[in-house]
Design a protein around this ligand. Structure first.
Ligand SMILES: Cc1ncc(COP(=O)(O)O)c(C=O)c1O
Length: 396
């Protein structure tokens, strides 16, 4: 086998949501007598690179797992990573390592808004964007993205209107976008900044898919730092290196004042340091040449998977897959009027698990997301099954 990403790994005994039968049986009414095509949750069916596995083993061998602290070497690894991957120079005193992106959103909401105040998101979007707002008893305000030419566009008039009408204080930005796979362009980033500055809206930019831009550059808000009043970037190596189960992430702040405010909120509600394995893993992901090579090769492989699925889906005539600029998730519209509940059931009957529109905030019926971070031969079988089910279903 020439390509390491072609290797199929058996994750059925890894006790992880995507492949563990115990979890899948609890969660989805799947016909388990069929070959399973688990194409939902956003992780990779590739082995994490060896330097990371070795770093975790080395830490495990120390045989104590007590309270950690933020390691200087981990902060320096983040600085190094941003320089080599994005050519962005970070100020290391503006970085904090914490216990997960979604958790950090909750702390930022608590820090910058009060109960009943408005938080803006763009829909459709990854479901926890909704949950963090509603669970903290804030008001959810949505700027609906516009679907045109296989990508999402921003209706800026509506974006500003929502801010003004609802006195929005905070904008949770999915940048790049999940599920749309969109990398926001310079003019869009600048316009968002202009409107948020004008109305004193604080920006939290969730850039967890930013390292996974497949071709070209990730338009981090950090590139526009001198133009934004205040912002926070949240990111982690979780998506790119399959480390989500280590529950770690980091925050990059635009000022000491913002950092102090947020960290103070953190201290009131949680232990903010991640578990003992996260920082060794992050250092081995971000500061190791072999991991970097793996990462670049992985993105090329994903890009080829994307071209493959795009062609296969488009050929059907009634599927409209989004252009994927970042990450390994392909958001596709079924241009037919079908019974979606029955279709979902039919896919489950054939062992296919994809993420349907109802698992995203504000998604319209008819959309589904396929995870393409897996060996191509496996993806091909999944695609064949999806195509066969859809074709048979629409002809009923
Ligand atoms: C946009 C986005 N933010 C955050 C997360 C999850 O981050 P964490 O597991 O660190 O909370 C995901 C996971 O898919 C995501 O897509």
């Amino acid at each position: 086998m020439d390509n390491i990403f072609d290797k199929k790994i058996d994750r059925s005994n890894h006790e992880e949501k995507k492949w563990s039968l115990e979890h899948l049986k609890r969660t989805f009414p799947v016909n388990f007598s069929k070959k399973l095509h688990s194409l939902w949750i956003a992780d990779l069916d590739f082995e994490t690179p060896k330097p990371i596995v070795d770093a975790i083993k080395t830490r495990a061998n120390k045989a104590t797992y007590s309270y950690g602290y933020i390691q200087n070497e981990a902060i320096e690894a983040i600085v190094l990573w941003y320089k080599k991957l994005h050519n962005i120079t970070l100020d290391k005193s503006m970085i904090q390592i914490v216990d997960g992106i979604v958790n950090s959103m909750i702390e930022v909401i608590k820090c910058f808004t009060k109960e009943g105040e408005s938080v803006l998101i763009q829909t459709p979007v990854y479901k926890p964007f909704e949950e963090v707002i509603l669970n903290t008893k804030r008001k959810l305000v949505a700027n609906k993205l516009v679907h045109k030419n296989n990508e999402y566009h921003i209706d800026f008039d509506d974006f500003e209107k929502q801010i003004v009408d609802h006195k929005v204080k905070l904008f949770l930005w999915c940048n790049p976008h999940n599920p749309g796979g969109r990398v926001w362009r310079d003019d869009e980033v600048l316009k968002i900044i202009e409107i948020c500055n004008k109305h004193n809206v604080f920006i939290l930019s969730d850039e967890v898919h930013g390292d996974l831009v497949l071709k070209g550059e990730h338009n981090s808000i950090l590139r526009f730092a001198d133009k934004v009043k205040e912002f926070i970037v949240v990111n982690s190596p979780n998506k790119g290196f399959n480390l989500a189960g280590l529950y770690g992430s980091y925050m990059i702040f635009s000022s000491q004042k913002t950092m102090d405010l947020v960290m103070n909120t953190y201290k009131q509600s949680r232990v903010m340091t991640p578990n003992v394995f996260f920082q060794p893993a992050l250092i081995a992901a971000y500061a190791n040449d072999e991991s970097f090579k793996w990462f670049k090769a992985m993105k090329n492989y994903i890009h080829d998977n994307y071209l493959f699925i795009k062609e296969e889906f488009t050929k059907l005539g009634f599927l409209e897959p989004m252009n994927v600029e970042a990450s390994y998730l392909i958001w596709t519209k079924i241009n037919l009027d079908l019974d979606w509940v029955a279709l979902k059931k039919e896919l489950f009957n054939h062992g296919v698990i994809v993420s349907f529109f109802d698992s995203f905030m504000g998604a319209e019926p008819g959309w589904f997301r396929v995870n393409i971070g897996l060996p191509r031969a496996e993806l091909a079988q999944g695609i064949e099954e999806i195509k066969a089910v859809l074709t048979e279903f629409k002809n009923r």
